[in-house]
Ligand binder design. Structure first.
Ligand code: ZN
Length: 160
């Protein structure tokens, strides 16, 4: 799986460090939460992160789920900050930071998915992926805009 779907992902180092700290606290269970940020066309900038309890009851060492009330609260908070929800993050205790089949299926189509690999000795790494299914609408509207410009050019030349 490629790490980017053609879009640009900005993920500050200090934010990665915060996710690593949260992953360490939740070990050996999966930690999870949401990413707040800005989206401009294909560019996604992660600005902030929130941690929420893992809502999964069983197999919480290898599964995570965000509770709907937490999602709604995060969405509200993001709006108040002038941001939006741009993705999710979770940890992989004793597993590499590679998305599982379940992770790929649950990934937001054009969202960010950050995964923190964490071990008992505290060694961690963070990988952030930008949804591969992202197909920016801007691209398809560009030819239309160009055509409209061409039309106005023609009008300009007719006028003497
Ligand atoms: Zn996972």
């Amino acid at each position: 799986m490629s790490t980017s779907g053609g879009g640009e992902l900005v993920f500050p180092r200090e934010l990665r460090a915060r996710l690593e700290a949260w992953a360490r606290e939740s070990y050996p269970l999966e930690a999870c939460g949401l990413l707040l940020g800005r989206r401009e066309g294909e560019r996604v900038e992660v600005v902030d992160a929130r941690r929420y309890p893992n809502a999964v009851r069983e197999r919480a060492h290898e599964r995570f789920e965000l509770a709907p009330p937490d999602l709604m609260a995060a969405d509200r908070e993001a709006r108040e900050l002038g941001l939006s929800l741009v993705g999710t993050w979770h940890s992989h205790p004793d597993r590499p930071a590679t998305p599982s089949a379940l992770d790929r299926a649950a990934a937001w189509p054009d969202g960010v998915q950050a995964i923190v690999s964490i071990t008992a000795s505290g060694v961690s790494e963070v990988e952030a992926f930008l949804g591969e299914r992202a197909r920016p609408r801007e691209r398809s509207s560009t030819p239309q805009r160009a055509a409209r410009n061409a039309g106005s050019d023609v009008g300009g030349t007719v006028r003497r």
